[in-house]
Design a protein around this ligand. Structure first.
Ligand code: KG4
Ligand code: ZN
Length: 347
C-alpha cells in the first residue's frame, strides 16, 4: 500500500510524518481511505520561548539544523527503507518564507535524489481535514481551525470544497493566548502555560463580550493590561488566566454554534463540528465540548494532530494524489500567503 512522507516547516515546528494508505474506505465517509501512521516526529523549537513569539530568522535556521535528523528519525521509527516511499508531501504555505524554503527545498531534494513523486499542499487545508485522520465523519461537516495564525470556521462539503463562514476580525485565538502570556511575562507559546496555570482555578473575572458576528480577541489584551494595572494588592493571576481562557473558549463556542445552527437547518443529524489547530489542545475547551450533548457533535483530533505535524501533511498530500490524481512539479515554489480557494472542487 502507498507510503507517503509529510514534511511540515511552516512556522516553529520541524515535523515529519510517515503514513501508509490502506485501501478500505470507512463506514460513514466512503470517499476517504483509512490510513495507518507509521511514525511521527515533531520537534517544537524552544528557542523562541524567551522572545515572547516566533523569531523568523531563528526559526528558519533551526529548521535547517534539524530537518535531516527529524527525517532520519521518522524513517527509522517507521521501519521502512527510503525506496519504500511512494510520495513526498510538503506544506508550501501559508507560513514564514525562510521556514517554508527549508521544508520545500528538502522535499525537492529528496524527490529528486530518490526519483519520487512530490506534492505541495496548503497548511491550513491540512488542519481543516486533519479530523478525518482518525475519525469517520461524513461530508458535509464543519471545521473550526484555531491556531496561532488562523481562527476560521469552514463548511467542508468535500476535499477541496471549503466554504468560509466565520473568521477573526483581528487576532487569532492562539495569538490571544500568546499575547496575554506575554503581558504577564510568561513564556511563549502562552496557550499551554495558561492552560496549565488555570487548572482547577475559578474564572472569577468578567470579560466584556464583543458584539460582532465574526470572532474578535484583540480587546482582551487591553482588558488584561488595564485590570492588572488598576489592581491593589496581590494579583490573583491563576484565576485571571482561567477567566481569560474561559472568555476565549466561550467566544469561539458561542459564535460557532450560532453560525452552525443558522446554516445546518436541513442537514442530517448529528451535525459534526471538528475543532483543530493548536488551541484545540486546550484542556478546558476539550472537557467542556466533549460533554456537550444534543444534535451537534464536537470532534477533536488527537492532540498531536492539533499542533503542526507531518502526518496531516502526508494525509492531505496522499488524499489529493491517490484519490484525485494531483501532483506538483519541482518548479513549484513556496507560497507564504497561500490562500485557500473557497470552493469549486479541487483547486
Ligand atoms: O496549530 P499550531 O501548532 O501552529 C500554528 O499554525 O499556529 O498552534 C499554535 C498555537 C499557539 O498560539 C499556542 O499558544 C496555542 O496554539 N496552543 C494552545 C494550547 N496549546 C497550544 N492554546 C491554548 N491551550 C493549549 N493547551
Ligand atoms: Zn498550524
Amino acid at each position: 500500500m502507498p507510503i507517503v512522507v509529510g514534511i511540515e516547516t511552516t512556522c516553529d515546528e520541524t515535523s515529519v510524518g510517515i503514513v501508509e494508505f490502506l485501501g478500505q474506505s470507512r463506514k460513514k465517509n466512503k470517499k476517504i481511505p483509512q490510513i495507518r501512521e507509521l511514525s511521527l516526529v515533531i520537534l517544537s523549537q524552544e528557542i523562541h520561548s524567551k522572545y515572547g513569539g516566533v523569531v523568523p530568522e531563528l526559526a528558519s535556521r533551526s529548521h535547517l539544523d534539524n530537518i535531516l535528523s527529524v527525517f532520519r528519525e521518522a524513517v527509522d521509527r517507521a521501519g521502512i527503507k527510503l525506496q519504500d516511499i511512494d510520495l513526498i508531501s510538503v506544506a508550501n504555505g501559508p507560513g514564514l518564507p525562510g521556514s517554508l524554503m527549508v521544508g520545500v527545498n528538502f522535499a525537492k531534494g529528496l524527490a529528486q535524489a530518490l526519483s519520487k513523486k512530490i506534492i505541495m499542499v496548503n497548511h491550513v487545508e491540512a488542519h481543516i481535514v486533519s479530523p478525518l485522520i482518525e475519525n469517520d465523519i461524513p461530508f458535509p461537516f464543519f471545521s473550526l481551525i484555531v491556531s496561532g495564525g488562523h481562527t476560521s470556521l469552514y463548511l467542508v462539503r468535500d476535499i477541496g470544497n471549503y466554504e468560509p463562514l466565520l473568521k477573526t476580525q483581528d487576532d487569532a485565538a492562539g495569538e490571544a493566548f500568546d499575547k496575554i502570556a506575554k503581558i504577564f511575562r510568561l513564556p511563549y507559546p502562552g496557550g499551554p502555560v495558561i492552560d496549565s496555570l488555570s487548572q482547577g482555578k475559578e474564572p472569577i473575572f468578567y470579560f466584556p463580550d464583543v458584539e460582532s458576528e465574526d470572532f474578535s480577541f484583540s480587546g482582551l489584551k487591553t482588558f488584561c493590561i488595564r485590570t492588572a494595572k488598576n489592581w491593589f494588592g496581590p494579583f490573583p493571576l491563576p484565576e485571571f488566566l482561567a477567566s481569560a481562557q474561559k472568555k476565549i473558549v466561550d467566544e469561539l463556542f458561542r459564535k460557532t454554534v450560532n453560525k452552525v445552527s443558522e446554516i445546518s437547518e436541513n442537514f442530517p443529524e448529528p451535525i459534526y463540528i471538528a475543532i483543530t489547530g493548536g488551541v484545540a489542545r486546550n484542556s478546558y475547551m476539550r472537557s467542556l465540548l466533549l460533554k456537550a450533548d444534543g444534535k451537534i457533535k464536537f470532534v477533536f483530533p488527537h492532540p498531536r494532530y492539533c499542533m503542526d505535524n507531518g502526518t496531516m501533511i502526508a494525509f492531505l498530500g496522499g488524499l489529493r494524489n491517490l484519490v484525485f490524481g494531483q501532483l506538483s512539479d519541482l518548479k513549484e515554489e513556496i507560497n507564504p500567503t497561500y490562500r485557500l480557494k473557497p470552493s469549486g472542487g479541487i483547486g
